[in-house]
Design a protein around this ligand. Sequence first.
Ligand SMILES: Cc1ncc(C[n+]2csc(CCOP(=O)(O)OP(=O)(O)O)c2C)c(N)n1
Length: 662
Amino acid sequence: MKFLSKIDSPADTKKLSVEELTELAGEIRQEIISVVSQTGGHLATNLGSVELTIALHYVFDLPSDKLIWDVSNQTYAHKMLTGRRDRMRTLRQYKGLAGFARPEESEYDHFVAGHASTSISAALGFAAARDNAGLDHKVVAIIGDGALTGGLAYEGLNNAGSLKKDLLVILNDNTWSISKNVGAMSRYLTGIMTDEKFNKLRNEIWELTGRFKRRDKIRAAISNIENSIKGLLVPGMLFQKLGFRYFGPIDGHDLELLIKTLQRVKNLQGPILLHVATVKGKGFEPAENDPFKYHGIGKFDKVTGEAATGSSNRPSYTKVFGETMVELGAKSDRVVAITAAMVAGTGLVKFAEKYPERFFDVGIAEGHAGTFAAGLAAEGARPYMVIYSTFMQRAFDQVIHDIALQNLPVVLCMDRSGLVGDDGPTHHGTFDLSFLPLTPNLTVAVPKDGNELRAMLHHTVDHELSGPVAIRYPRGSIPTDMVDEIPDIAWGKWEALSPLGDVVILAVGTMVTQAQQTAEILSSRGITLSIVNTRFVKPLDLEMLSKVMDRASFVLTAEENALRGGFGQAVADYLLAGGYTGRFKALGIPDRFITHGNRDLLLKEIGLDPVGIAVSVEELVSDSLKQGSFLKKLIFRKNGNAKKKVEVGRVPQSASGGQETR
Ligand SMILES: Cc1ncc(C[n+]2csc(CCOP(=O)(O)OP(=O)(O)O)c2C)c(N)n1
C-alpha cells in the first residue's frame, strides 16, 4: 500500500496530490474489501464513500473541525486515515475496533451512532455549543438518502434552518437504504439527480453570476424566477425552503470536484446542504451489482464475492418468522406486515412478494410505523409491526400512546432481541423486556425456539386478541429442529421442562437452552436444576410462580435483557410481596452497555453462558448453606430435599453481573 501505509493522521492525507489521492482511494478500497472479507461488516456503504471521506479529510482540519457520521457504519475509510489502519483486522471483533464511530477509540470520532437519522440534530448541537463558546471550527454531518427517510432528520433540518448556524450537511445519495430506498423523498432526490440538463444550466448560471459584484441580489432574483417557474421541481428547493443553501448534485467519486466543491462551501455561512451522488458498492463488481446483499455481510471470498457458508444447519429465527408470516397471510387477509427499511433483515421478503398490497416498507421510520400500525388496527386490519428490538426503542411512545392506550390488536415482532454480537451496544436488543412490560394492556411473549415462535404467531391470528402482543426472538439459528405440526401452547402459561425441585431457574427465551446446558453441568456436581420456560414475561404465570415459590428454596431468573426493570425484577417483586423465604437471584445484563464481539464471548463476559449460570447457581446455594462443601453435597445429592427456610445471609454481588434480591 504505497500511500495508505504512510498515512497516520489527516495531516498526511493533505500532503498528497489529487492523482495520489486517487491512488489512495484505490488502496483503501482494496483494504476495505480485504478486511471485510475476513471480519464481515458493512461493505457496500464503505466502498461508496471512499472519495467523499478522503475529500473531507483533505479539506477540513480534523479533529478540530468535526465530522458527524450518520449511522456511522460507513467510517472504515475514516478509521484507516485516522491512525487505526493497523487494527482494521480486529474490526467488530471482541476487544477490537468497533464497526461504528466511537469516541473512546479515537479523537477523530466525536459522536456515537448506529441508529439512523441522528447526524443533523447532533451536528446542530455541536454547532450551537461551538457558537456559545465563541469558537469557529466547522461542523459537518454526513447522512445517507436512506437515513433521510427518518423523521428525526427533518426535525434536525427544520431546527437548523431556523437557527441559521454554520453547518454543512452532506447528503450521500446512493439511492439505496439497505434495500432500494423507498418513499416520496427518495423519488424527489432521484428526480433531482436525473434532471441533468437543468442542473447543468443552473450550475453554469451560478458560476457565471459569481463573477458579478451584486451576485447575491442577482442570484436571489434568478432563484425567485426558478421558484415561480418550477416550484418544487427546482433541485433542492425543498431544502432551500427549509432554510438551507442547496448545492449539487455532484459526482461523489470525482475527487477533484469533491475537493473543489468542499473548499467552496466550507467557508459559506449558515446551513448548507451538499448533495453528493455515489454508487453503493463502488469498485467491487459483486457489491455494485447487488448493494443489498453486500450492505452488511459475513465473511466472503474477496475475489468472487461469494459469501462463506454459515456454521449452523438449522434455519434462523428470522427465516422461521418469515415463513410463518406467509402462513398467516394465507389464513387471514386482515394480516398486514410493516417493516421500517428492513424487509430482508426481518425475513419479510416472501410475504412482500406474495401479498404486496398488504406489505408496507415505511422507510427508517419506526415511530411512524407504530402509529401507522395503530391506524390500521383501529380500522380493522391485523398489523404485524416487524422491527428489530433495538429500533423498537424509537417507537416506544407510539407503543404506549397509540397502540396500548387504545388496546389495539397490533402484534409487535422484534427480531435481534438480546445481544446481537458484532454490531455492539448501538444494536443490542437488551431493553425490550424492560420497556415493553411496563406498558398496560400489552402481552409480552418470548419463544424458546422456532416451533414456539410459530405457534405464538399462529395464535395471534387464530384468536381475537384482547390487546397488543409483543413477541421477541433473537438473532441466529433456532436451537431445535422444526416440526410440521404447530405445537399447542397454552397462551399465557409457562412450561415446566422438568419437575419442580428445590433449585429452580425461570428461563426466558434463549436462556432456556443455556439453562439446559447449565443443568447438565450442575448435575455432575450433584445439584438438580429444574427449568421453567417462562415464555410469557407479561403477564407472569402466577399459578406456576406460586408453585415455584412453594416448592423451591432457591429461585433464579435468567434473561438476555437488562436486569433493571426486566423479568427478574418483576419476579422479585412478586416473591417479595408473597413473603418468599427462600433465596433469589436474577441473572441478566448488568447496568452497563455491553461491547461488540462474538455473542458467546459477550455472554461469557457477563456470566450468562452455561458455565457462568452454573457458577451463579452454586454461589446462591452454597452461600446460603454456609456449612461447607461436605454438607452442601450431602443435601443436594438428595435432590431437592433441602429445607425451604434456609439461613438467609447477604450474598455478595457476583462477578457475573447477576443482581440479587431477597
Ligand atoms: C433507526 C434505525 N433503523 C434502522 C436501521 C438499520 N439500517 C442501518 S443502515 C440502513 C440504511 C441506511 O441507508 P443510507 O443512509 O442511505 O446509507 P447507505 O448504507 O446507503 O450508505 C438501515 C435501514 C438503523 N441503523 N437505524
